[in-house]
Design a binder for this molecule. Structure first.
Ligand code: ADP
Length: 280
C-alpha cells in the first residue's frame, strides 16, 4: 500500500450503501430541513480536520515580475463542512484550490491531509492523493467532447479502486435521462452537473469547486449549487467552493475572504441560507 492509500478508507469502500447515501436517493425521508446544516460531526466532539495548511506560499516566477499568488495562508478544512472562499479576481483563490487538491505544490509551507504531509509526498503519491481523495469541478466543465455523459463518468471511475456506481451518481445530479448524450447535446448547467458527477464517482473526501457557476446563467447556476448543497447536507461531503460572487457566501457554514494572495478573514456562519434563499 502506498503512503496515501493508508490514510483514510471511507466506510463506503467496505461495501453496502451508507445510510446517508440512501437518504439522498429517497429525499422524502431526509429529516434535515432546508437552510439547516448538519454539523460536520458530533457537536460534543472536536471537528475532524481533513486538510491543514501551514504558512503556505505560492510564488510564480515565470514573468519579469514574480507574483506572490498565495501568501502565508494558515487554514484548516473540516470534514463535512461547506466552505466558501471568496475574493476578487486575481486574489489567489484558484491557486489556493490547486494547492489543496495536490494539482500544484507550494513554494514554501506545509499541507497535511489528516496526519499525512502532502508537501512531503513523491509525485507518484501526490497523484494518488489527487485521484483517490479529491474531486475537482472547474468553471468550464472540462468534459471529454467525444464521450457521452455516462462515459465521462465511467472514465473517472476507472481511476480509483472502489468507485461509486456511475448510474447512481447520475441520479444524484438528476441526469439519469441524459446519460447517453454528448456534451454538445447538453446545456451548460447539465454539463456542469455531469462534471460534478464525474468528480463524485470517485467518492472523494474533498470536493473542490472552482467558480462552478461562473459560466452559467442564474437558473442553471442555482441548480448546480443545489446539487452541491445537497451533497454536503445529505451525504456529508466536504465542499470547498471558490467564487468572486459574494452572494454565494451565505451558503457556507464558514467563509474565507482572500485579498492579494492573503486570507484576510475566516468567519463562521451559524445560519447558512439555502440555495432557494440566495440571489444575485
Ligand atoms: P483568482 O482565482 O482569485 O482569480 P489566481 O489564483 O488565478 O486568482 O491568480 C492569482 C495571481 O497569480 C494572479 O496575479 C495570477 O496572474 C497569478 N498566477 C496564477 N497562476 C499563475 C501561473 N501559472 N503563472 C504565473 N502567474 C500565475
Amino acid at each position: 500500500m502506498n503512503e496515501v492509500s493508508r490514510i483514510s478508507r471511507h466506510p463506503s469502500e467496505h461495501g453496502g450503501l451508507p445510510r446517508e447515501h440512501a437518504d439522498l436517493l429517497n429525499p422524502s425521508e431526509n429529516t434535515v430541513p432546508d437552510g439547516e446544516i448538519r454539523p460536520p460531526s458530533d457537536p460534543c466532539q472536536p471537528a475532524e480536520v481533513l486538510l491543514r495548511l501551514e504558512k503556505v506560499c505560492r510564488r510564480f516566477s515565470a514573468g519579469t515580475v514574480p507574483v506572490e499568488a498565495v501568501r502565508n495562508v494558515d487554514l484548516e478544512i473540516y470534514r463535512g463542512e461547506f466552505l466558501v472562499v471568496v475574493g476578487p479576481s486575481g486574489s489567489g483563490k484558484s491557486t489556493l484550490l490547486h494547492l489543496m487538491g495536490g494539482i500544484d505544490r507550494p513554494t514554501s509551507g506545509r499541507i497535511f491531509f489528516g496526519d499525512q504531509e502532502l508537501t512531503a509526498l513523491s509525485a507518484r503519491d501526490l497523484t494518488w492523493y489527487r485521484r483517490r481523495h479529491v474531486g475537482v469541478v472547474f468553471q468550464f466543465f472540462n468534459l471529454v467532447a467525444n464521450l457521452t455523459a455516462r462515459e465521462n463518468i465511467q472514465l473517472a471511475a476507472e481511476l480509483v479502486p472502489n468507485p461509486r456506481d456511475p448510474e447512481e451518481v447520475l441520479r444524484w445530479v438528476g441526469l439519469e435521462d441524459r446519460a447517453d448524450h454528448f456534451p454538445s447535446q447538453l446545456s451548460g448547467g447539465e454539463q456542469q452537473r455531469v462534471a460534478v458527477a464525474r468528480a463524485l464517482v470517485k467518492d472523494p473526501d474533498l470536493l473542490l469547486c472552482d467558480e462552478p457557476t461562473g459560466s452559467l446563467d442564474f437558473a442553471a447556476g442555482k441548480q448546480v449549487l443545489k446539487v452541491l448543497s445537497d451533497l454536503n447536507r445529505l451525504l456529508g461531503k466536504t465542499v470547498v467552493l471558490i467564487t468572486h460572487n459574494t452572494a454565494l457566501m451565505a451558503l457556507g457554514n464558514r467563509i474565507v475572504r482572500m485579498r492579494s494572495g492573503e486570507v484576510v478573514e475566516v468567519r463562521n456562519n451559524s445560519r447558512p441560507l439555502s440555495v432557494e434563499e440566495i440571489t444575485w
